[in-house]
Write a protein that binds this ligand. Sequence first.
Ligand code: SF4
Length: 279
Amino acid sequence: MIVKEKEVKDYLTKSKIGEYAINPYVGCPHQCRYCYASFMKRFTNHPEQWGEFIDIKLCNKKIDTRKIVGKNVFMSSVTDCYNPYEANYNITRNILEQLVGVDCILQLSTKNKLILRDLDLLKQMKNVSVAMSVNTLDENFRKDMDKASSIKERLETLKTLYENGIYTILFMSPIFIGITEWKAIIEETKDYIHEYWFEDLNLRGAYKYDILNYISEKYPKVYPIFERIYIKGDRQELFTMDNEIRQYCDKNKINYSDYFHHEEVIRNRQNRKLGKNNK
Ligand code: SF4
């Protein structure tokens, strides 16, 4: 792992996801095979593979908290603010210390139990939620996909956050059709989750064939579905699964947000703006 410290002018950046984003690091040692953030490598002049470098952002300037009053602040969109380096560098913790008492809508997203270290600060926040990604209950599949906390640790973390009054989001992403046991995950966790987010797997990055080869080798029975969806472009089975999830959640009064077909939604919106769609 190539570790570098890097001075930055400001931790706060304008974001499309929330109104502001804070990414305390560049790169992410969690090395998820499907990482959408890996496109960041292009903008950072890193010759190393994604997951093999990390820049630790150091910033002397205090966060201008006046800017974020009443705004959404998302930590973090292109790294994991609780990656293992945070245990020594405390960058995320120092940022949270500056945000205590600020009237912003703070949302943290992580796959690491290290977030519990900062429970004392999170409990002081006026409006905070924590999203943790869980897309399987199978630890072998998890290990094949990332180097973050185990599933057991993630579920325990969400439970502890819930018990301490923090709004918990289980981000079921990316959903691997035929592998992600979405119903079992909901059943296992519904007592301590305030909200579920669902998102299907997008294979648009350089990792597409790595994932497809993996599925073909480890899940040969599921591979034909992946072939239909991700090679032939027939997304019918995804629509069906999406409907099943919605119906199940509606029936069982599960609070959820559905980010399936995110790309189509965005594309349709763009087409409407460009007048390509006469609806
Ligand atoms: S934790 Fe997030 S940023 Fe880090 S490798 Fe995984 S998907 Fe990418």
